[in-house]
Design a protein around this ligand. Structure first.
Ligand SMILES: Cc1cc2nc3c(=O)[nH]c(=O)nc-3n(C[C@H](O)[C@H](O)[C@H](O)COP(=O)(O)OP(=O)(O)OC[C@H]3O[C@@H](n4cnc5c(N)ncnc54)[C@H](O)[C@@H]3O)c2cc1C
Length: 412
């Protein structure tokens, strides 16, 4: 008999989980509280490891067409300019995609949602808010906000950081919130014409205000820290956004700011990613500092392993306990890999002590100059190490990317 799984949320994680389940002949109901898919400017970097995993859905070529290939990422100092550059070609032996793809996350969702529109095995229900889910051993009840209930063989909660499903299961979401929030101001102004050697991805340290500059097809996204003394409204004001952008490249005229957003930054992980047949994935399970762009990428990795594992357990091809292992493994990776590396990025950019910041910058320069160290660093930053650490599990559920060599210089 065909298994039926509910997936909550049409973000990148829910869409990938639904695609994985549909590939395994599971019937999917995909719930979305919004009335239609919204194009929000959020994560915009896909790492090589994620592209390797997405390859099976035939979406990567379209994503490349709709995005920008970043062949390197760079570290800069506001006053000195570029101080270190890491070419992604250094991992060309370990992936078909030796680049970061600068592509807004909504583009992946749109590609998959377009596909679901012609796939009778995925029923997308917009405007349907899930209030919670409860596990009953061999089935799961999903409670909708309108008071109705539905029954599934299992549920994947991909309903984002404020997950109703996680809350309904009374799972703690422990961790910390950074004192600084991040404001992002996006402009079509071509900063690369004014800042020599600007890469598509740049981490820029400074004694007064660090920043990150990321290119998308149409915009430069500039991300700055906002201290506790400044309110959200102040940081988002025209005056403050202009002041920050003018500090990057001073101009005689004001910037055209196409988009601005501010958000709090957390490092939090749910108690467990599994309660019986309810599985948590993506932001519903873990949130982290966006520096390094590992949150959405890690969520897509969760979606692949957990959805494929779930399909195998429901079809009887794998024992139920394997799901415990997958869920524990994804949780540990969220703690050990994503949290560690993104937090390191934050500390090295924003260390208030100038000596500490200089030491971090010196270490980055030395790393870029040493081919072995540079390669090890790019393997880690591109999440290829994280991918290799799941090699056995991905192989077991037939998700190891076709043709990808195993154990190519992978270390944690
Ligand atoms: C403003 C902002 C900017 C960000 N910028 C960056 C960035 O620059 N770089 C980076 O790496 N990461 C960034 N992130 C984080 C990144 O966007 C997330 O890691 C990523 O979206 C996680 O994907 P997800 O599918 O788990 O959750 P989401 O993308 O949050 O998707 C959850 C989906 O579930 C739906 N939903 C929620 N509750 C319910 C419910 N009860 N019932 C039904 N549907 C529901 C939501 O409408 C949404 O469509 C940003 C996040 C925010 C909020």
């Amino acid at each position: 008999m065909t298994s039926r799984v509910g997936v909550v949320g049409t973000g990148p994680v829910g869409c990938v989980a639904a695609a994985m389940l549909a590939e395994r002949n599971v019937e999917v109901t995909l719930f979305e509280s919004m009335s239609a898919h919204e194009r929000q400017l959020r994560a915009s970097t896909f790492h090589p490891a994620t592209l390797e995993l997405l390859r099976r859905f035939d979406v990567v070529d379209d994503m490349i067409e709709r995005g920008l290939v970043a062949n390197r990422f760079a570290y800069r100092d506001r006053k000195l300019g570029q101080v270190a550059s890491f070419g992604m070609g250094i991992v060309a032996d370990a992936t078909q995609f030796p680049f970061r793809l600068q592509c807004e996350q909504y583009k992946l969702c749109e590609l998959l949602l377009e596909r679901f529109a012609n796939d009778s095995s995925v029923d997308v229900r917009y405007g349907t808010e899930v209030a919670g889910a409860s596990d009953h051993g061999d089935h799961v009840t999903v409670a909708l906000a309108d008071g109705s209930e539905l029954i599934f063989d299992a549920v994947i909660a991909a309903d984002g950081a404020g997950s109703n499903v996680r809350k309904s299961l009374n799972l703690a979401f422990d961790g910390m919130t950074y004192e600084d929030r991040y404001v992002i101001a996006s402009t079509p102004f071509e900063l690369a014409d004014h800042l020599p050697d600007l890469a598509y991805v740049n981490y820029i340290s400074d004694s007064d205000e660090w920043l990150v500059l990321l290119r998308t097809v149409t915009l430069w996204r500039a991300m700055f820290p906002v201290g506790p003394e400044e309110s959200d409204a102040e940081a988002l004001s025209e005056e403050a956004c202009q002041r920050r952008l003018q500090g990057v490249v001073a101009r005689d005229e004001p910037y055209n700011i196409a988009h601005r957003t501010i958000y709090s930054v957390h490092q939090r992980v749910a108690d467990t990613f599994r309660v019986g047949r309810v599985l948590l994935a993506g932001d519903a399970a873990h949130i982290n500092n966006p520096l390094g762009g590992m949150g959405m990428n890690g969520g897509v990795h969760d979606a692949i392993l957990l959805a494929a594992g779930l399909a195998s357990v429901l079809s009887g091809d794998l024992p139920d306990e394997r799901l415990d292992h997958y869920a524990a493994m994804r949780r540990q990776l969220a703690i050990d890999y994503v949290k560690r590396h993104t937090h390191q990025n934050a500390v090295s950019l924003s260390a208030p002590d100038p000596d500490a910041r200089q030491r971090a910058l010196d270490a980055t320069v030395a790393r870029a100059a040493d081919p072995d160290e540079a390669r090890a660093f790019v393997m880690q930053a591109s999440m290829l190490n994280a991918l290799h650490s799941m090699q056995e599990e991905l192989t077991e559920v037939d998700c190891w990317p076709a043709g990808l060599e195993r154990n190519v210089g992978a270390t944690n």
